[in-house]
Design a protein around this ligand. Sequence first.
Ligand code: NAI
Length: 259
Amino acid sequence: MPRLSRLSRSVAGKVALVTGAASGMGRATAILFADEGAAVAAVDVNREPVESVAAEIRAAGGNARAWACDVADRAAVEQLIAEVVVQFGGIDILINNAGIAAAVPFEADNYDEVWARTLAVDLTAMTYTIRAALPHLRRSESPRIVNIASTEGLGATPGHSAYTAAKHGVVGLTRSLALEFGKEGITVNCICPGPIRTAMTEAIPEEAKERYARQRTALRRYGLPEEVAHLTLSLAMPAASFVTGVALPVDGGLTIRRA
Ligand code: NAI
């Protein structure tokens, strides 16, 4: 039977760099991409857990290597990208997932400090990885950038202004770069996860999680890291070649409600 299309849904043979790969959604993304046959550069500020993730992937027959890197350190990111290219021969897919979240009221004494670090890790770092990876993405047949924003990039919660500002920034950066790189066929998209069970939300008591999910989401539950990773995979596959500049909620229906 003739094939409808020559576009591939497979990332096999692609090189995918995933930041924040030691935990939560980054870990699930690294494992999923490796399962699908990609070579994975697993990057995290925490060396030991990211090395365990890469070892876990290799033990299952996948191809992964771990790098310890603070993505908010521009020089470290430049060195990281150079090393990944030496190791794997290029970069096809860049997944900017590393992030931190701190709830801090606007008038708190440590606000400036929290603001600076949150913006540095959750937003500015993406400009470092993207700029360093660009020459290599340009050599790829299907170059993809997927940034992990948040539903906080589409709406707001009181007491989270630094995080919310950073995540709105991720949506803006994504849209703007989608326009800037569109003529080169580089797609730039972001995912806006809703409440997901990861280390970031671990401290929220189970009862509070269930109440929030019941009241706020259509599916009435928290999501799992792999439920986000699968959408990241969808945006990263070669066949996703006409999708750019989107901010895709993966939120169990959280953003449907007006109030
Ligand atoms: P997580 O805490 O399980 O994983 C985040 C990873 O990023 C950790 O391994 C951490 O070591 C790493 N990281 C932090 N700062 C870094 C730095 N400077 N350099 C390199 N790595 C660094 O959290 P989770 O939930 O998996 O978060 C992943 C992304 O998803 C983040 O961008 C987060 O803001 C976003 N997100 C999370 C939601 C949730 O409900 N868990 C909801 C919406 C967005």
